[in-house]
Design a protein around this ligand. Sequence first.
Ligand SMILES: NC(=O)c1ccc[n+]([C@@H]2O[C@H](COP(=O)([O-])OP(=O)(O)OC[C@H]3O[C@@H](n4cnc5c(N)ncnc54)[C@H](O)[C@@H]3O)[C@@H](O)[C@H]2O)c1
Ligand SMILES: O=P(O)(O)OC[C@@H](O)[C@@H](O)[C@H](O)[C@H](O)CO
Length: 487
Amino acid sequence: MSRLSLATLDLARSRPNVTMPPVDPAGQQVGILHLGIGAFHRAHQAVITQEAAAATGDTRWGICGVTQRSDTVARQLRPQDGLYGVLERSPEGTRLQLTGSVRDVLYPEAQQDELDARFDDPAVTVITLTVTEKGYRRAGNGRLDLTDPLVAADLASNPAAGRPVSAVGRLVRGLLLRSRGCGAPVTVLCCDNLNDNGTVVAGLVADFCAALPGAVGEPLAAWIEGNVSFPCSMVDRIVPATTAADRADGQALLGLADEGLVVAEPFRQWVIEDSFVAARPAWERAGAQLTKDVAPYELMKLRILNGSHSTLAYLGALAGYATIAETVGDERLLAVARGLITEDVIPVLQAPDGTDLAAYGEQVLHRYTNPALAHRTVQIAMDGSQKLPLRLLATVRDNERAGRQARWAARGVAAWMTYLASPTARTGMPLPVDDPLAARLTASVRGRTDAGGIVDALLAYPEIFGADLPDSAWFRAQLTEDVAELL
Ligand SMILES: NC(=O)c1ccc[n+]([C@@H]2O[C@H](COP(=O)([O-])OP(=O)(O)OC[C@H]3O[C@@H](n4cnc5c(N)ncnc54)[C@H](O)[C@@H]3O)[C@@H](O)[C@H]2O)c1
Ligand SMILES: O=P(O)(O)OC[C@@H](O)[C@@H](O)[C@H](O)[C@H](O)CO
């Protein structure tokens, strides 16, 4: 079967349930450099960007995507001239949105020169990132982990001449080349699920500069101070990893093979701090919200959605459910998610202007029920050591400060602990541990059946639980009771 590309795109024009790109892909110039061109970026920012371009007629905002660890996405998209479909799945049916805003894809290991040229291109005024929580290589204190092998390798090589391997290393090298080259201001916009994500990235870049030889790091830090901004953003759209079945469904709709296809729910939200130092797409013309303060939106989303998502992922996987939709079909597990949202999270959360938190929470739970979206519990269970502090432990702490006990958040943490201890679900479904700390975590607890010992062993990770939570008597007791029940 022929493959989607600029040459074949017209064949899709009359296909039912297929929507053509709303802009001429070939007419878009690259103005955005995106580090981490995974599934989420393709289903969220790239779609909103092409809609903004269509609404304004502004052709400056094509995207150059940069893969991080492998050339997979480059191999998928380059033969397709950057085109791919977003398979939007809902109970009402499935439609395919063709997307044409990705104009180039680079694999840095083989294309560092091309990447350098993009970083130094004055037409590029926005650099965006989705490199996952662990991709930022943060130490337990939130600062750049200078002992991380990739970060250490980047620092050891000449930043202007070497070939960086960490995401922050790539970003800093790019900013260095730009500061010495075109010198044009640029905005760095983080789109990962992190609290205060722009501030986090600004801090990591500053840490990296401070660790460079002074003659390089100091002038670079000064240039960044005057020429780069790091707005925060809240991003939301449920985008499960694409499967072979998804590709087959996409191909049946399109009549063309599409190796770059991604799957998503209909819902999407993007709230962006309005703090840009250079031109940007008019994303607000495609539904994005530009605001002075993203923090209340970030906290609402991370704690209500991502907190309940992780809780359901661990509880669901332990019960042998493969997907979130199956998990919320179990009334007892749905009740845990609802308890977490209404009893633990909302009472200690500040609502963004005009937002009804209870209604938001119910909408989130409803989104999980989408039976057409096979979002695997073990996918969401990945990287728990990076996610739990933001998604659940912050809620535990805020409740402690308010003199309350976050009983349901503790249940989510206990489910993570039980997941780590259990090689398989009760049904025999394997429970893989995919986490930067996987080797240590599994050595600590995998295969153990003593609830108290499991809880003690895991609470002893200060990079996850800090110095305070292990001292909370009710938390330890609740975790032990819950792990004993879940094992
Ligand atoms: N998928 C979703 O539903 C969703 C929704 C909102 C936000 N997000 C954010 O987007 C991120 C990526 O999600 P995705 O669905 O695109 O995942 P994905 O697996 O499709 O892509 C992940 C991207 O991050 C890169 N990456 C992974 N580990 C890395 C590391 N250690 N160092 C550097 N880069 C690394 C990969 O190379 C890839 O480019 C999430 O971690 C989250 O922060 C995802
Ligand atoms: O993408 P991750 O790994 O940060 O988290 C898994 C899910 O909780 C997450 O992707 C949600 O689907 C998403 O945050 C919804 O917007």
